[in-house]
Design a protein around this ligand. Structure first.
Ligand code: GTP
Ligand code: MG
Length: 320
């Protein structure tokens, strides 16, 4: 409040001064006639302090939506042992999606996140009629091939298996036996240079050509070269089979070596034997690999399982 004392010859002069100095809203608080005939007037006016809230003055709205979902997702990713760099990427993307669609639940947000960050395809994607499986020894190559051949049979897709595995004689016998049961033609082609011709002939006869390669130790250059030489012969879909239960850092290092020789698709195996999928998520993200299927049992008859953002999201959140 602004208060002013005014001395004037008379009341009308005082009112004029008050109006000009304090404005029309000023109110007279007191007046007194002095001995000399002049008057002393006290007037006051409220200063322009508008205490009402305009829209823009309102304090920023604080969301009352609990932020526990993101924290919960972080805890789930920690449980699964996802590498930090991948975990940060998933959380940042989930946060962005949550901002865009604040009403969605965490399952939907994670599904959208994983569909943005990873690519998915079908094992019987016929844009790739030639599929070569590679991986470390015992990673599930032959089992995945037998399962793919089973699915092809159900879909009435003509299919053959070519084994290049001259390392383990027993392994070929086993795959050949599966092929026989499935009534799928089986060829053995241990010579790198012969593979191109073999695949060319097979493509003319079959809708699908599945190639098995020897299981290798990726830390031994000579062994990597063996599979690399087969890869160089042909064009096709190069699939890495990876045991989902492997140590994550080791698995990423191994996958990087296979990626260098052409693996672009990841087929996680033994998912039935692990509760944590940090290895699977980390390998695909670090090595830029697409998911093409997953193996969740040793039984050939069960076939491979399709893998997509929704199923991955469910597996991640099952840790909660
Ligand atoms: N529980 C389970 N066992 C699996 C799965 N996939 C493969 N196996 C088993 O793992 C073992 C190795 O599988 P293979 O398919 O022979 O592996 P590979 O990569 O061909 O092995 P090599 O040819 O020796 O390099 C076998 O006993 C399979 O039955 C799976 O998804 N779940
Ligand atoms: Mg094998």
């Amino acid at each position: 409040m602004k208060i002013k004392q005014i001395s004037a010859a008379n009341m009308s002069e005082a009112l004029a001064i008050i109006k000009s100095e304090l404005g029309a809203d000023a109110a007279i608080i007191s007046s007194e006639k002095k001995a000399d005939g002049t008057i002393l007037v006290m007037a006051a006016v409220d200063e322009d302090t508008d205490l009402s809230f305009e829209i823009e003055d309102k304090p920023e709205e604080v969301s009352t939506k609990p932020i526990f979902e993101l924290q919960k997702l972080r805890e789930c990713l920690d449980y699964h042992g996802v590498l930090d760099v991948v975990k940060d990427k998933i959380l940042a993307t989930a946060r962005d999606i949550e901002r865009q669609f604040p009403l969605k639940d965490e399952g939907e947000i994670l599904t959208q996140t994983l569909s943005k960050l990873y690519a998915y395809s079908d094992i019987l994607d016929m844009r790739h009629p030639v599929k070569l499986f590679m991986g470390t020894s015992g990673s599930g190559k032959s089992t995945a091939i037998a399962k793919t051949a089973t699915q092809a049979k159900f879909q009435k897709i003509s299919c053959c298996i070519i084994s290049t595995d001259n390392v383990r004689a027993g392994a070929n016998k086993q795959l050949e036996a599966f092929a026989k049961i499935l009534e799928t033609d089986f060829y053995f082609c241990p010579e790198e240079k012969a593979l191109l011709q073999k695949v060319k002939e097979a493509k003319e006869r079959y809708g699908l050509v599945l190639i098995d390669t020897p299981g290798i130790n990726p830390f031994i250059d000579k062994e990597v070269l063996k599979v690399e030489n087969f890869c160089r012969q042909i064009k096709g879909q190069f699939i890495l089979t990876m045991d989902s239960g492997r140590n994550t850092i080791e698995a990423v290092e191994i996958a990087e070596i296979f990626a260098e020789i052409g693996a672009k698709y990841l087929l996680p195996t033994r998912l039935d034997l692990t509760r944590r999928i940090g290895t699977v998520l980390s390998v695909a993200a670090c090595c830029d690999m697409s998911f093409c299927a997953a193996s969740v049992s040793s039984s050939i008859a069960n076939g491979l399982s399709a893998i997509d953002a929704k199923s991955l999201s469910r597996l991640v959140l099952s840790a909660a």
